[in-house]
Design a binder for this molecule. Structure first.
Ligand code: OSB
Ligand code: MG
Length: 388
């Protein structure tokens, strides 16, 4: 490297999009649908000798978010990539104002932003986790491993759920999250609590209820839940503040937190007690660092959510989960639970005490396996002919 590490300026020379098909080892059923095969847009960004990778977490349908793979490709190709090509950037966060002229589309922007962060981590020869920590230096250091838990989808029967919980506890996961929906909630929680009285248990509704369900949701208070994630509208904060007054169970917001200011609003209104931080949902790692700093300063419990990312997005989420303000277990399980094989090597494995080690090497600590990238890309035309 010719420049001094803190003054690295990088020019974005090229950006390629790879369209790959990822088949989940275990499909996930949520209140908004079933995910089994995911079309994923992977961004490969080059600057001189460096390569940075990003992943767009938008999926086929507008279920979790209004963004889809189709909208993401359109916005990338016509509006975002042209704004970045040839630009010289002196810090990763410089890319945020370059994209600000395009409103919304956080999952799409995050794909490019993540690649820029990786470029800088590589060029500076530091771990992405350390680069993120430097964004807002705090009294506390980052952690060498992230505390993690596992998320379990809606199953055909409660007995099936019990069997999966048993298996996950056996694998070493210490925090269990169950997806719920109307008709799959209070009885499920009652049975699970009866069988596993002491586990760290939480529920995620993915916006499946309304404020009229408040009395029903209050029945969950008996089960000593760690939290109830996003019970009401995907874009709501106000009604969650009404619901939180009626519940003892802490509400955690996921879908409706799109930036640090949403966290401020939610805290001022008393809409939640816990924040789920998904870096792509807030538009990327720069805003993720801002959310983290706010929660750290305000003493708000925080954890990192997941959206079934490949190893590219998972490595970035893991770096965020290493930050000191992340105080609760994150939705980051072992690679083998999601994809086998994944796009990246080495796989993430579950360590002692329900943790995953945060890579120390330069960059994200994972490398993309190009032959797999190409093999998964070849599956696209047959799997998603209308998206070619
Ligand atoms: O709501 O947290 C969510 C997956 C896709 C979209 C939304 C969500 C999820 C998960 C998966 O809960 C968490 C995981 O298995 O890592
Ligand atoms: Mg959620």
């Amino acid at each position: 490297m010719s420049t001094s590490p803190s003054q690295t300026a990088l020019t974005i020379d090229s950006i390629a999009i790879h369209k790959v098909v990822m088949s989940l080892v275990e499909p996930l059923r949520t209140s908004f649908g079933l995910e089994a095969i995911r079309p994923v847009l992977v961004v490969e960004m080059r600057s001189g000798e460096w390569v940075g990778w990003g992943e767009c977490t938008a999926v086929y349908e507008a279920g979790y978010s209004y963004e889809t793979v189709g909208t993401a490709e359109h916005i990338l190709e016509h509006f975002l990539i042209p704004r970045l090509l040839g630009q010289s950037i002196s810090a990763p966060s410089d890319v945020v104002p370059l994209m600000a002229g395009v409103r919304g589309h956080p999952l799409t922007k995050a794909a490019l932003e993540g690649a820029v962060w990786e470029l800088f981590a590589q060029a500076r020869g530091v771990a992405l986790a350390d680069l993120l920590w430097e964004q807002h230096p705090l009294d506390a250091p980052r952690r060498a491993e992230a505390s993690v838990g596992v998320s379990i989808g809606i199953q055909p029967t409660i007995d099936d759920t019990l069997a999966i919980i048993e298996k996950r506890l056996g694998e070493g996961y210490r925090r269990i999250k169950l997806k719920i929906a109307p008709g799959w909630d209070v009885e499920l929680a009652a049975v699970v609590r009866g069988v596993f009285p002491d586990i760290m248990l939480m529920l995620d509704a993915n916006s499946a209820y309304t404020l009229q369900d408040a009395d029903h949701l209050a029945e969950l208070d008996r089960f000593d839940l760690l939290m109830l994630e996003q019970p009401l509208g995907y874009d709501d904060i106000y009604e969650h503040s009404k619901l939180q007054q009626l519940l003892k169970t802490p509400i955690c917001l996921d879908e409706s937190i799109l930036c640090a200011n949403d966290v401020r609003l939610a805290l001022e209104l008393g809409a939640c007690q816990i924040i789920n931080l998904k870096p792509p949902r807030v538009g990327g790692l720069t805003e993720a660092c801002a959310v983290h700093k706010l929660c750290y300063d305000e003493g708000v419990p925080l954890w990192v959510g997941g959206m079934l990312e490949t190893g590219i997005g998972r490595a970035q989420n893991l770096a965020v989960a290493s930050l000191p303000g992340v105080t609760l277990p994150s939705d980051l399980s072992a690679t083998s639970r999601y994809y086998d094989p994944d796009l990246t090597e080495p796989p993430f494995v579950l360590g002692e005490h329900s943790t995953i080690a945060v890579p120390d090497g330069a960059g994200t600590g994972v490398r993309v396996d190009r032959s797999r990238l190409e093999a998964f890309a070849r599956q696209w035309p047959a799997a998603f002919p209308h998206l070619t």
